[in-house]
Write a protein that binds this ligand. Structure first.
Ligand code: SF4
Ligand code: SF4
Length: 338
């Protein structure tokens, strides 16, 4: 592991260089809520835990034009949406970067790769800041993610006593390190050793939850889901803030013979999400919809893509108007099944 040292007072210089090469985003307090926004000349807001809004909104936009169309049924002309531009995202938390890795397994996997997502991912550089302190809703370690996890990141910065130790994880991260040039100092042996030791400790902290999928599948018919449905409002906030949820709907805006097709986030917690023509709904109750979400994240997704579709960021618990937190639901399930 080659580490470089970035003194805290040179961070703004690094951000200026990055902004000269691509659109620069980072966590920013907007009306009291921290979300990912274009930074401009504002310093990023780095707080314990992760921002309220997840990173996915920069790669998998909430509303995304797919193409414009013009004409009738027999002579329709299509014009593809404008291609994405290069972007750099600074101040990402490790759980969010791992979330990007999970999102990519679903959206960028052949043979059904989402071209729009794939293009944006290729144009995105991710600079992660390792966590030294957990936020009130964090439970990343319980989901096998560590506070210094490098997966999904191009660069990981370890904050330490007024400076950052910078590690380039990918070739794109090495480009960042080179463009930082003299802003970086070689990390002395002591600093590198310290970072190395802390990193290994933090990375070793990821714990696996053995047997979780089997546990959930065994609870499929348990009345617990109906009891849970009495509390859940079906508002979908948990899915919108989640870095690994990707349900979507397509819709058209039409003006005469011209129009635009858009893709927008949808939620499997909405009553009509699975409604079919003819009126059949395979997920007719709130209990069945919550169960499907959890089973998808912790049993079906790992069966297909090899890892959980939950990184323990805790946003679902923070956003839920009735305080339903995924870690809390898992704990309740363990209790009712024991
Ligand atoms: S399910 Fe909740 S804790 Fe897990 S990744 Fe999604 S928002 Fe974060
Ligand atoms: S945010 Fe809470 S109330 Fe809303 S759908 Fe999710 S679990 Fe239910």
């Amino acid at each position: 592991m080659t580490m470089m040292l970035l003194p805290g007072e040179r961070l703004s210089g690094l951000l200026e260089r990055l902004a000269a090469e691509a659109r620069l985003y980072g966590p920013l307090a907007v009306d009291g809520t921290v979300v990912f926004e274009e930074l401009g000349c504002n310093p990023p807001t780095i707080e314990p835990g992760c921002p309220a809004g997840s990173l996915k909104s920069l790669l998998y936009h909430q509303t995304d034009p797919v193409f414009d169309f013009e004409g009738g049924y027999t002579d329709i002309a299509l014009r593809a949406a404008a291609p994405p531009v290069a972007q750099v995202i600074f101040g990402v938390r490790p759980c969010d970067a791992v979330g990007l890795d999970r999102l990519g397994r679903a959206l960028a996997a052949e043979p059904f790769a989402d071209e729009r997502y794939r293009q944006r991912r290729e144009m995105t550089t991710v600079l992660t800041v390792a966590c030294r302190e957990a936020g009130p809703h964090c439970f990343c370690r319980a989901m096998g993610v560590s506070p210094a996890d490098p997966r999904g990141s191009d660069v990981v910065l370890y904050p330490a006593d007024g400076h950052y130790l910078l590690e380039a994880v990918t070739p794109r991260g090495q480009d960042v390190r080179e463009s930082a040039g003299k802003l970086l100092d070689p990390a002395g042996d002591d600093a590198a050793r310290m970072a190395c030791r802390e990193t290994l400790v933090l990375r070793a902290a990821g714990l696996a939850r053995d047997g979780l999928a089997a546990h959930l599948e065994a609870a499929f018919h348990h009345p617990y889901w109906d009891e849970l449905a009495q509390r859940c409002l079906g508002c979908g906030a948990c899915t919108f803030v989640c870095p690994t949820c990707y349900c979507f709907a397509m819709f058209d805006i039409v003006r005469g013979t011209r129009g635009r097709r858009l893709r927008g986030w949808d939620s499997c917690q909405f009553k009509d999400y699975s409604l079919m023509a003819g009126g059949h709904n395979p997920q007719p109750t709130r209990g069945s919809r919550i169960r499907r979400r959890l089973l998808h994240k912790l049993s079906r997704f790992p069966a297909i893509h090899g890892d959980w579709a939950c990184v323990g960021c805790g946003r679902c618990g923070a956003a839920c108007p009735v305080g339903l937190h995924l870690a809390g639901v898992l704990a309740e399930l363990e209790e009712v099944l024991s």
